[in-house]
Design a protein. Structure first.
Length: 209
Protein backbone atom coordinates (compact mmCIF):
# COMPACT_ATOMS: atom_id res chain seq x y z
CA UNK A 1 0.00 0.00 0.00
CA UNK A 2 2.74 2.44 1.00
CA UNK A 3 4.74 1.45 -2.08
CA UNK A 4 1.78 2.19 -4.36
CA UNK A 5 1.15 5.51 -2.66
CA UNK A 6 4.82 6.47 -3.03
CA UNK A 7 4.76 5.63 -6.74
CA UNK A 8 1.61 7.68 -7.27
CA UNK A 9 3.12 10.62 -5.39
CA UNK A 10 6.34 10.40 -7.41
CA UNK A 11 4.40 10.30 -10.69
CA UNK A 12 2.32 13.30 -9.66
CA UNK A 13 5.44 15.30 -8.80
CA UNK A 14 7.09 14.33 -12.08
CA UNK A 15 4.04 15.46 -14.05
CA UNK A 16 3.89 18.72 -12.15
CA UNK A 17 7.54 19.35 -12.87
CA UNK A 18 7.08 18.62 -16.57
CA UNK A 19 4.20 21.08 -16.70
CA UNK A 20 6.23 24.00 -15.36
CA UNK A 21 6.06 26.87 -17.85
CA UNK A 22 9.19 27.97 -19.67
CA UNK A 23 10.36 31.41 -18.61
CA UNK A 24 9.40 34.13 -21.07
CA UNK A 25 11.81 36.57 -22.71
CA UNK A 26 13.44 39.25 -20.56
CA UNK A 27 12.41 42.60 -22.02
CA UNK A 28 14.84 44.58 -19.85
CA UNK A 29 17.77 42.48 -21.01
CA UNK A 30 16.54 42.87 -24.57
CA UNK A 31 16.59 46.64 -24.22
CA UNK A 32 20.11 46.49 -22.78
CA UNK A 33 21.34 44.60 -25.87
CA UNK A 34 19.50 47.02 -28.14
CA UNK A 35 21.27 49.93 -26.45
CA UNK A 36 24.64 48.30 -27.03
CA UNK A 37 24.22 46.73 -30.45
CA UNK A 38 21.10 47.77 -32.40
CA UNK A 39 20.26 51.37 -31.55
CA UNK A 40 22.57 53.07 -34.06
CA UNK A 41 20.81 51.53 -37.07
CA UNK A 42 17.33 50.58 -35.90
CA UNK A 43 16.68 53.11 -33.15
CA UNK A 44 15.87 52.47 -29.51
CA UNK A 45 12.17 52.15 -30.33
CA UNK A 46 12.69 50.18 -33.54
CA UNK A 47 11.78 53.06 -35.83
CA UNK A 48 14.93 53.51 -37.85
CA UNK A 49 15.62 56.83 -39.53
CA UNK A 50 16.98 55.47 -42.82
CA UNK A 51 15.12 53.21 -45.30
CA UNK A 52 18.17 51.01 -45.73
CA UNK A 53 17.60 49.82 -42.15
CA UNK A 54 14.16 48.25 -41.65
CA UNK A 55 11.74 49.30 -38.96
CA UNK A 56 11.66 46.61 -36.29
CA UNK A 57 9.02 48.13 -34.02
CA UNK A 58 5.93 45.90 -33.68
CA UNK A 59 7.51 43.22 -35.84
CA UNK A 60 6.58 39.62 -35.01
CA UNK A 61 9.16 38.46 -32.41
CA UNK A 62 9.47 34.94 -33.81
CA UNK A 63 10.26 36.39 -37.22
CA UNK A 64 12.86 38.80 -35.85
CA UNK A 65 14.51 36.02 -33.88
CA UNK A 66 14.69 33.83 -36.98
CA UNK A 67 16.30 36.60 -39.01
CA UNK A 68 18.96 37.19 -36.37
CA UNK A 69 19.70 33.49 -36.24
CA UNK A 70 19.90 33.37 -40.05
CA UNK A 71 22.43 36.22 -40.09
CA UNK A 72 24.72 34.28 -37.75
CA UNK A 73 27.13 31.73 -39.23
CA UNK A 74 27.35 28.49 -37.27
CA UNK A 75 30.60 26.54 -36.85
CA UNK A 76 32.22 27.95 -39.93
CA UNK A 77 29.18 27.33 -42.16
CA UNK A 78 27.84 30.15 -44.31
CA UNK A 79 24.99 32.10 -42.76
CA UNK A 80 21.54 31.45 -44.25
CA UNK A 81 21.12 35.18 -44.80
CA UNK A 82 24.27 36.79 -46.14
CA UNK A 83 24.85 40.28 -44.78
CA UNK A 84 28.33 41.25 -43.50
CA UNK A 85 27.04 44.12 -41.37
CA UNK A 86 24.36 42.09 -39.61
CA UNK A 87 26.70 39.12 -39.28
CA UNK A 88 29.00 41.32 -37.24
CA UNK A 89 26.14 42.65 -35.12
CA UNK A 90 24.79 39.23 -34.12
CA UNK A 91 28.12 37.40 -33.87
CA UNK A 92 28.32 37.77 -30.08
CA UNK A 93 24.60 37.37 -29.38
CA UNK A 94 23.35 34.19 -27.76
CA UNK A 95 20.00 32.60 -28.68
CA UNK A 96 18.67 34.07 -25.43
CA UNK A 97 19.89 37.54 -26.39
CA UNK A 98 18.14 37.26 -29.75
CA UNK A 99 14.94 36.14 -28.11
CA UNK A 100 15.03 39.06 -25.69
CA UNK A 101 15.82 41.63 -28.40
CA UNK A 102 13.04 40.30 -30.63
CA UNK A 103 10.54 40.47 -27.77
CA UNK A 104 11.63 44.01 -26.87
CA UNK A 105 11.27 45.34 -30.42
CA UNK A 106 8.00 43.46 -30.88
CA UNK A 107 6.51 45.51 -28.03
CA UNK A 108 7.48 48.89 -29.44
CA UNK A 109 5.02 51.12 -31.26
CA UNK A 110 5.50 51.38 -35.00
CA UNK A 111 5.60 54.78 -36.66
CA UNK A 112 4.02 53.76 -39.96
CA UNK A 113 5.00 55.05 -43.33
CA UNK A 114 2.77 56.20 -46.17
CA UNK A 115 2.15 55.24 -49.76
CA UNK A 116 3.83 58.00 -51.75
CA UNK A 117 3.16 57.14 -55.39
CA UNK A 118 -0.45 57.82 -56.36
CA UNK A 119 0.18 56.60 -59.89
CA UNK A 120 0.88 53.04 -58.73
CA UNK A 121 -1.63 52.83 -55.91
CA UNK A 122 -4.20 50.84 -57.89
CA UNK A 123 -1.62 48.33 -59.08
CA UNK A 124 -0.21 47.93 -55.59
CA UNK A 125 -3.68 47.43 -54.12
CA UNK A 126 -4.57 44.85 -56.77
CA UNK A 127 -1.42 42.82 -56.19
CA UNK A 128 -1.81 42.99 -52.43
CA UNK A 129 -5.46 41.97 -52.40
CA UNK A 130 -5.78 39.69 -55.42
CA UNK A 131 -2.34 39.02 -56.89
CA UNK A 132 -2.04 38.31 -60.60
CA UNK A 133 -3.36 34.89 -61.57
CA UNK A 134 -2.10 35.24 -65.14
CA UNK A 135 1.47 35.29 -63.84
CA UNK A 136 1.00 32.92 -60.93
CA UNK A 137 1.47 35.68 -58.37
CA UNK A 138 -0.71 35.11 -55.29
CA UNK A 139 -2.23 37.91 -53.24
CA UNK A 140 0.22 39.28 -50.68
CA UNK A 141 -2.66 39.43 -48.20
CA UNK A 142 -2.92 35.65 -48.35
CA UNK A 143 0.25 35.33 -46.25
CA UNK A 144 0.84 38.77 -44.74
CA UNK A 145 -2.78 39.55 -43.91
CA UNK A 146 -5.23 42.08 -45.30
CA UNK A 147 -3.79 44.79 -43.07
CA UNK A 148 -0.18 43.65 -43.49
CA UNK A 149 0.15 42.54 -39.86
CA UNK A 150 1.75 39.23 -40.82
CA UNK A 151 1.32 35.75 -39.34
CA UNK A 152 3.29 34.85 -36.19
CA UNK A 153 6.36 32.66 -36.78
CA UNK A 154 5.67 32.45 -40.51
CA UNK A 155 5.28 35.75 -42.35
CA UNK A 156 6.52 39.17 -41.24
CA UNK A 157 4.59 42.35 -40.72
CA UNK A 158 4.94 44.56 -43.80
CA UNK A 159 2.45 47.29 -42.93
CA UNK A 160 4.18 50.62 -42.42
CA UNK A 161 7.61 49.33 -43.46
CA UNK A 162 9.82 51.54 -45.61
CA UNK A 163 8.80 50.98 -49.23
CA UNK A 164 12.45 51.18 -50.24
CA UNK A 165 13.38 48.36 -47.88
CA UNK A 166 10.52 46.08 -48.93
CA UNK A 167 11.34 46.73 -52.58
CA UNK A 168 15.01 45.90 -52.03
CA UNK A 169 14.15 42.62 -50.29
CA UNK A 170 11.75 41.53 -53.03
CA UNK A 171 14.42 42.19 -55.63
CA UNK A 172 16.96 40.28 -53.53
CA UNK A 173 14.58 37.31 -53.40
CA UNK A 174 14.05 37.57 -57.14
CA UNK A 175 17.74 37.11 -57.98
CA UNK A 176 18.42 34.65 -55.16
CA UNK A 177 20.62 37.07 -53.23
CA UNK A 178 18.32 36.46 -50.29
CA UNK A 179 17.44 32.81 -49.86
CA UNK A 180 16.24 32.23 -46.30
CA UNK A 181 12.56 31.90 -47.20
CA UNK A 182 11.04 28.53 -46.31
CA UNK A 183 10.33 26.34 -49.35
CA UNK A 184 11.52 29.17 -51.64
CA UNK A 185 8.11 30.82 -51.27
CA UNK A 186 9.26 34.41 -51.78
CA UNK A 187 11.82 33.53 -54.43
CA UNK A 188 9.14 31.72 -56.42
CA UNK A 189 6.81 34.71 -56.23
CA UNK A 190 9.32 37.53 -56.73
CA UNK A 191 10.82 36.00 -59.87
CA UNK A 192 7.43 36.43 -61.55
CA UNK A 193 7.18 40.12 -60.71
CA UNK A 194 8.45 43.11 -62.70
CA UNK A 195 10.27 46.07 -61.20
CA UNK A 196 7.09 48.14 -61.58
CA UNK A 197 4.99 45.56 -59.73
CA UNK A 198 7.51 45.20 -56.93
CA UNK A 199 7.73 48.97 -56.52
CA UNK A 200 3.95 49.34 -56.52
CA UNK A 201 3.22 46.69 -53.93
CA UNK A 202 6.07 47.86 -51.69
CA UNK A 203 4.71 51.40 -51.77
CA UNK A 204 1.18 50.18 -51.07
CA UNK A 205 2.33 48.11 -48.08
CA UNK A 206 4.05 51.14 -46.59
CA UNK A 207 0.68 52.84 -46.25
CA UNK A 208 -1.15 49.95 -44.64
CA UNK A 209 -2.25 50.21 -41.01
Amino acid sequence: MYRVLALVTFAACACAGAAEPVAGPDIAKGQAVVNQVCVACHGLDGNSALPVNPKLAAQIPDYLRKQMMNFKAAQGAKAERDNPVMAGMVAALSPEDMRNVAAYYGRQQLKPGTAKNKDTLDLGRKLWRAGDASKGVPACAGCHGASGAGVPAQYPRLAGQFAEYTEAQLKAFRVGQRANDANKVMRTIAIRMSDAEIGAVADYAAGLR
